[in-house]
Design a protein around this ligand. Structure first.
Ligand code: NAD
Length: 486
């Protein structure tokens, strides 16, 4: 039986209250261990340790020293790759085949990329003329913002947490991380790595618990937090934004989506099917950038629906370590209930169920797991809830369209604006359509291909702010101007 403790000031500590909650594996609902739940006391201690670290050796370190340390962290994650892999898959139920290529290597890469960025980004400088003819020299200085609260979700736990911790530390901040209550393992393990790499105590802290009236709320309302970075649901983002308003703390919000995939008749159909398979079903559909609405140009509509359904019916569901498996379970029983309620709603709203729509038979041993079938619907009206609300499961609705203008309007007809995928071999059309989509990210003839130097974030209710490359520096540093009269 494992015990997941907080990581505060370089040490693992339990909760003073003795309060714990269960961590279960969603593949079979077996108990993994007990997680300590932080109260105000542990959150205070973590924030205090982070503040002290900013005043200690960490605050005085040169950029070169920090960069070396972060590269070491990336190396050490890779050296302990299998431990991270097993911990992540046990917590989430995802296949090794996915986590081995995405979660763990990208989790490590997040430290390396921002170490590179911080080394090479210049600041601005202006020479100002003055009446005495001597002038003044202005130059920008980037300073760390201070203590950053990092609130992360369960779908890509290590990857999305390090996506924030990497740049925050590269910029010289200290962090207090509250991982999702569903996935405490890899964030906890990262504490060991930080110690092994000589990261000073208090720079990286972890507190476990839930959102409201628990660690999440205690952390985001803490007066000594300088900024909050969050990935999760839009409604949670709203609560965090309210908390951040007190004391005018900066926020970065990466929230939900209801992303369109647009397939034109002039696409390379093999590529479009392969890409849409991944964008709908990867990680059991629990990817913020995933496609839940697919629009297909009428001449290839029937063929596309048939081929996607055929390919999806061959998905292999099962245990993480099975090399043949390419789809795991959902994250939890609670999420399974939510996704199944949408499967039911789709039928009530008049969907044609092309594939799935229920619970698969995965055998006696995994019967208690959070399993749902890969599911495809057609024939729903545009105002159906299933077509408009984020489900976050392995499912999509496919609808035909007849013109570019029509599909742009359909794609933009949502309160969200995170990502879109466009499939066409006509480059002019690809550019023309991409520019008109109200989203933060557009993929043309690909999906999830990420250059970590580029801007990442959502429009409308999918978020506030951009992270990635130099854009992360905007959030994780305070830019000051120094004006020197010559
Ligand atoms: P969630 O909002 O339920 O939880 C996210 C985190 O917030 C958890 O750590 C949770 O404990 C914490 N939290 C909840 N209420 C809080 C409160 N009042 N104060 C402080 N913290 C609180 O999200 P989730 O279910 O873990 O993740 C799935 C959601 O995340 C989906 O909506 C998905 O689209 C979104 N997501 C977005 C991105 C992106 O980059 N835009 C990436 C991944 C996931």
């Amino acid at each position: 039986m494992k015990e997941f403790k907080h990581f505060i000031n370089g040490e693992y500590v339990g909760s003073a209250s003795g309060r714990t909650f269960e961590n279960r594996c969603p593949l079979d609902n077996n108990l993994i261990g007990q997680v300590h739940e932080a109260g105000q006391k542990e959150v205070d201690a973590a924030v205090k340790a982070a503040r002290a670290a900013m005043k200690g050796p960490w605050g005085k370190m040169t950029v070169t020293e920090r960069v070396e340390m972060l590269n070491k962290v990336a190396d050490r994650i890779n050296e302990r790759f299998d431990e991270f892999l097993q911990a992540e898959c046990l917590d989430t139920g995802k296949p090794y085949s996915i986590a081995r290529h995405i979660d763990i290597p990208r989790g490590a890469a997040n430290f390396r990329i921002f170490a590179d960025v911080i080394k090479s980004v210049p600041t601005e400088s202006f020479k100002l003329d003055t009446p005495d003819g001597l002038g003044a020299l202005n130059f920008g200085v980037r300073k760390p913002k201070g203590v950053i609260a990092v609130i992360s979700p369960w779908n890509l736990p290590l990857l999305l947490m390090t996506w924030k911790v990497g740049p925050a530390l590269a910029c010289g901040n200290a962090v207090v991380v509250k991982p999702s209550e569903e996935t405490p393992a890899t964030t906890t393990l990262l504490g060991e790595v930080m110690n092994e790499c000589g990261v000073p105590a208090g720079v990286f802290n972890v507190v476990h618990g839930f959102g409201p009236d628990s660690a999440g709320e205690f952390l985001t309302t803490h007066p000594d937090i300088d900024a909050i970075t969050f990935t999760g649901e839009t409604r949670t983002g709203e609560a965090i934004m309210k908390a951040a308003a007190v004391g005018l703390r900066d926020i970065s919000l990466e929230c939900g989506g209801k992303n369109p995939g647009i397939v034109f008749a002039d696409c390379d159909l093999d590529k479009a099917i392969e890409g849409t398979m991944r964008s709908v079903f990867a990680n059991c559909g629990q990817v913020c950038l995933g496609t839940e609405r697919v629009y297909v140009e009428r001449p290839i509509y029937e063929t596309f629906v048939k081929r996607l359904a055929e390919t999806a019916s061959n998905l292999r569901l099962g245990r993480s370590e099975d090399p043949e498996v390419n789809m795991g379970s959902l994250i939890s029983q609670e999420h399974k209930e939510k996704v199944l309620s949408y499967y039911q709603l789709a039928r009530e709203e008049g969907a044609t169920v092309v594939l799935g729509g229920g619970v698969p038979d995965v055998g006696e041993e995994m019967k208690a797991g959070a399993w749902v079938e890969p599911t495809i619907w057609t024939d729903l009206p545009d105002d159906a809830r299933v077509v408009n609300e984020e489900i976050f499961g392995p499912c999509c609705h496919i609808r035909p369209f007849d013109s570019e203008d029509e599909v742009i309007e359909l794609a933009n007809n949502t309160e969200y604006g995170l990502a879109a995928a466009v499939w066409t071999e006509n480059t002019s059309r690809a550019v023309r359509v991409s520019e008109q989509l109200d989203v933060g990210l557009v993929w043309v003839n690909s999906w999830f291909l990420r250059d970590l130097r580029t801007a990442f974030g959502g429009a409308k209710q999918s978020g506030i702010g951009r992270e990635g490359g130099v854009h992360s520096l905007e959030f994780y540093t305070e830019l000051s101007n120094v004006c020197v009269k010559l």
